[in-house]
Design a binder for this molecule. Structure first.
Ligand SMILES: CC(C)(COP(=O)(O)OP(=O)(O)OC[C@H]1O[C@@H](n2cnc3c(N)ncnc32)[C@H](O)[C@@H]1OP(=O)(O)O)[C@@H](O)C(=O)NCCC(=O)NCCS
Length: 182
């Protein structure tokens, strides 16, 4: 996915090295809210960290087709959606995503996720998409439920968030075109 226009004001575009200053400024301006659920925020302290994130995503894309796309609303970068990992042997994609607070509450991430999931099912041809959501992250849980995901399990102490563990609910959405599993 190089570039995908969702509607006239909303676009997903593969992050490029030239986007690093914009990405770093966005994280830096929103670190207090982003760090509530995202474990990498405190480690993102300088431009080089955003440059590395983009460089690694571009390398992953070349190697495995996992990608990181900026979410651009009315021409402004407002968040990122990417595949943390694609398990090709088992045909599973593990997307991750965030939006700055100003861009939340407008259905932007729902539309971005729909596009990335449709791409994963039809272009990458994965059989399922799995998302782990901290049990107290109610906005993220509402989003996956709106997107038709089903909760399949819970992991206790699944993620260390700076100074405490959080539990995760694991949600999946199956590709309707995937062969049935016995
Ligand atoms: C999780 C996160 C992406 C959800 O963002 P969001 O804006 O709530 O998600 P959506 O795009 O689904 O928007 C839903 C809201 O937009 C509203 N909305 C407006 N138009 C809409 C539309 N066309 N379609 C869907 N929702 C719409 C909904 O009513 C809902 O409003 P509410 O917040 O008042 O209930 C965001 O909270 C975030 O980035 N959190 C921090 C990082 C994080 O937790 N990432 C996920 C880890 S699993």
């Amino acid at each position: 996915m190089l570039r995908h226009q969702i509607n006239p004001g909303l676009e997903l575009r593969l992050l490029q090295p030239t986007d690093a200053p914009t990405l770093f400024a966005l994280v830096d301006a929103n670190r207090k809210t982003l760090r509530e659920w995202l474990p990498w925020v405190d480690a993102t302290t300088k431009l080089a960290h955003s440059q590395n994130f983009i460089a690694e995503a571009l390398r992953d894309r070349a190697a495995t087709r996992a990608f990181a796309a900026g979410i651009w609303s009315s021409g402004q970068l407002v968040g990122v959606i990417w595949h943390n990992h694609i398990d090709w042997a088992n045909r599973v994609a593990f997307p991750a995503y965030w939006l700055v607070p100003e861009a939340q509450g407008r259905g932007i991430m729902a539309a971005a996720c729909q596009a990335v999931i449709a791409h994963a099912f039809t272009q990458l041809r994965v059989d399922r998409v799995i998302v782990a959501v901290a049990t107290e992250n109610h906005r993220a849980a509402a989003l996956v439920k709106r997107l038709g995901f089903t909760q399949i399990s819970t992991l206790k102490k699944a993620e260390w968030l700076y100074d405490h563990f959080v539990d995760h609910h694991i949600y999946q959405r199956l590709n309707p075109a995937a062969p049935p599993r016995a």
